[in-house]
Ligand binder design. Structure first.
Ligand code: ZN
Length: 296
């Protein structure tokens, strides 16, 4: 069995208005779903993607309105990289700097990489996709894993998830996901201090399963190879399982469907607060507790 692509990345960030403004105005993404964290209904779960969510990538956020910062470290995703058009990196640098975002030029993803953080300290990156003409963000280029057990994570990516090692730099090992997008996982070579959850950290990265049968096959395979996946959870827009890879980062595997149009029309994506059936009865109280987002 082989993973073919990433499905979403979920991070913990701060004030929802700052998240909305940054991802729509600075990065040009669209809010395509406004709901709550199904495991903590006092916080938003905001989903950003391309306008109609047709590219199959989603960056999602739990908005904690506290100043409880996390610490980025082992057992977490380091940088989340988006892909942008060939030749667009310098324009992106300008765009970020015009919005008071400090940019660093590196080669973290084994190619020219722009590194920066969002308004809540979340580490992001932009990398050019040689096959893409439009400058806009069109999906994930890949993610960086800060492993607590580097060798075990490397083996897991290849032996269990079917990735191919494509090279290394002084600082990272690089793996390619088998699907058409050729997404890249960069495993940081050094062990860093253990990270902990809080504002400015990635909570988990999700891989895509084709359908429920495929998801259950993954669950079985993981179980048989010593990982401890959860039961299948209904996330309304997909079904998924969670587990910690051997280097402690939380991985989720999520089905491609039913998708974000299950409770909202294509043109209306992200316009209203959507709740799963089990929370509809409490809508008034849930809504009263959330900070309104202007423009959303
Ligand atoms: Zn998730």
């Amino acid at each position: 069995m082989e993973m073919e692509r990433l499905h979403h990345v979920t991070a913990i960030v701060g004030h929802p208005q700052e998240t909305y403004d940054f991802y729509t105005q600075v990065l040009g993404l669209h809010l395509i779903k406004k709901t709550v964290n199904f495991d903590d209904i006092s916080t938003y779960h905001l989903y950003f993607a391309d306008k109609y969510s047709e590219e199959g990538y989603t960056m999602t956020f739990f908005n904690w309105e506290t100043d409880r910062c996390g610490r980025v470290g082992s057992g977490q995703v380091g940088h989340t990289a988006f892909k942008v058009g060939k030749g667009s990196l310098q324009n992106w640098k300008q765009q970020l700097e015009n919005n008071d975002v400090e940019v660093k030029e590196t080669e973290r993803f084994n190619k020219p990489t722009l590194e920066f953080t969002d308004r809540h300290g979340l580490s992001l990156a932009l990398v050019e996709d040689d096959n893409q003409k439009d400058a806009v963000i069109s999906g994930f280029y890949g993610v960086e894993i800060l492993s607590g057990r580097v060798e075990a994570t490397r083996r897991h990516l290849v032996d269990q998830l079917g990735l191919t090692e494509i090279g290394e730099s002084a600082t990272h090992f690089y793996y390619e996901i088998s699907g058409a997008d050729k997404q890249v996982i960069a495993v940081y070579k050094s062990k860093v201090d253990r990270g902990f959850d809080g504002v400015g950290t990635v909570h988990h990265v999700a891989w895509q399963a084709t359908d429920r049968d495929d998801l259950v096959d993954w669950q079985t395979t993981l179980f048989e190879t010593g990982s401890q996946p959860t039961e299948v959870k209904d996330r309304n827009y997909f079904e998924s399982i969670y587990y910690r890879e051997p280097g402690f980062t939380i991985f989720e595997i999520a089905t491609a469907g039913p998708g974000f149009q299950v409770d909202e029309d294509r043109e209306a994506l992200g316009k209203e607060l959507k709740l799963p059936l089990q929370y509809e009865a409490n809508r008034e109280a849930i809504e009263a507790n959330l900070t309104p987002i202007e423009g959303a």
